[in-house]
Design a protein around this ligand. Structure first.
Ligand SMILES: Nc1ncnc2c1ncn2[C@@H]1O[C@H](COP(=O)(O)OP(=O)(O)O)[C@@H](O)[C@H]1O
Ligand SMILES: NC(=O)OP(=O)(O)O
Length: 310
């Protein structure tokens, strides 16, 4: 069975620095190309938390040291992250097809995503970006810059920025044409560059959209059959990390709501994935979403694993 699939790539598909990323995308590309060789049409979205944080920090430090480096606004840093992650992915995917004797067009689309300027998320920054710091380091940077930091899942402190909800994708018609012409597309990198209304125009805003929500919107607009969310775990669990942990093969929307009420999915990690999956599935009957690991993507699409939300 072949499907139109929108894929949301999690952090482990990219690594956390340039060298790691070059290595990681090789492996990622093998799994993505497997899906295409199996007859599926794919469009790939990805995260950018570590990357946009790194670019933003580099530009700020550079500007402090010399006025030859201009201060770079945050949305431009997001665009840079889309560009260089897209370059690595499109280079590696193209090469992987060549290795298998196929010439398939692969293209990255710098994607702008419209958000609501009154989104409550602007009042409460939650999206972790960049490196991890100790509490003391975070407090010192916060004092100097006014940045906000939060503890991230027991791993240290990270800067947080607002993460508004994606409403529309500016490049949706171009993406549709490319998709219909059987291009492998990389789009909505880092959730897309967030834009708010500015009179008759739109302007970039300091925020990072959650890529799982942008991929759900993209899947809706592309009329995809499946939203495939790839992360570090093969399945979603209830009682995750506890003695009575139970890995789930499938969830209905009612199950999802019940488990969300029980607090089964961690906010900022599994919760947005489950919510994005629900959003896509609820949009139209017959749609499916699956959450699994990169390594199990092909098996999941053959119905052998993953947690399916239907
Ligand atoms: N109920 C759950 N079931 C499975 N994994 C969970 C659950 N709650 C939290 N997690 C954690 O969420 C992680 C995925 O979120 P995250 O690392 O933020 O995703 P990304 O791959 O997009 O970077 C999993 O690797 C797992 O450690
Ligand atoms: N934009 C985004 O969702 O990035 P991460 O997946 O890296 O958090």
């Amino acid at each position: 069975m072949s499907y139109k699939i929108v894929i949301a790539l999690g952090g482990n598909a990219l690594g956390s620095n340039v060298e790691e990323q070059k290595e990681a995308v090789k492996k990622t590309s093998e799994h993505l190309v497997d899906l295409v060789m199996n007859g599926n049409k794919i469009i790939v979205g990805h995260g950018n938390g570590p990357q946009v944080g790194m670019i933003n920090l580099a530009m700020e430090e550079g500007h402090k040291n010399t006025d030859k480096i201009p201060l770079m606004p945050f949305p431009e840093c997001g665009a840079m992250s889309q560009g260089y992650i897209g370059y690595h992915l499109q280079n590696a995917i193209h090469y992987e097809f060549k290795e298998r004797g196929r010439e398939v067009p692969v293209v990255t689309v710098i994607t702008q995503v419209i958000v609501d300027e009154n989104d409550e998320a602007f009042k409460n920054p939650t999206k972790p970006i960049g490196s991890f710091y100790t509490k003391e380091e975070a407090e010192e940077i916060a004092k100097k810059t006014g940045y906000q930091f939060k503890e991230d899942s027991g791993r240290g402190y990270r800067r947080v920025v607002a993460s508004p909800f994606p409403k529309d994708i500016v490049e949706k018609d171009s993406l549709k044409s490319l998709y219909d012409a059987r291009n492998v597309i990389i789009a909505c990198g880092g959730g897309g560059i967030p834009l708010i209304k500015d009179g008759l125009k739109y302007k970039g805003v300091d925020a990072v959209i959650d890529k799982d929500f942008s991929c759900a919107l993209l899947a809706d607009l592309m009329e995809a059959d499946v939203l495939l969310i790839l992360t570090a775990v093969e399945k979603v669990a209830i009682n995750f990390g506890k003695e009575d942990e139970k890995w789930l093969d499938k969830m209905t929307i009612d199950d999802c709501n019940k488990y969300i009420e029980q607090g089964q999915f961690a906010p900022g990690s599994m919760l947005p994935k489950v919510e994005a999956a629900m959003q896509f599935v609820k949009g139209k009957s017959g749609r499916k979403a699956v959450i699994t690991s990169l390594e199990k993507a092909l098996d999941a699409m053959s119905g052998k694993t993953g947690t399916w939300i239907e």
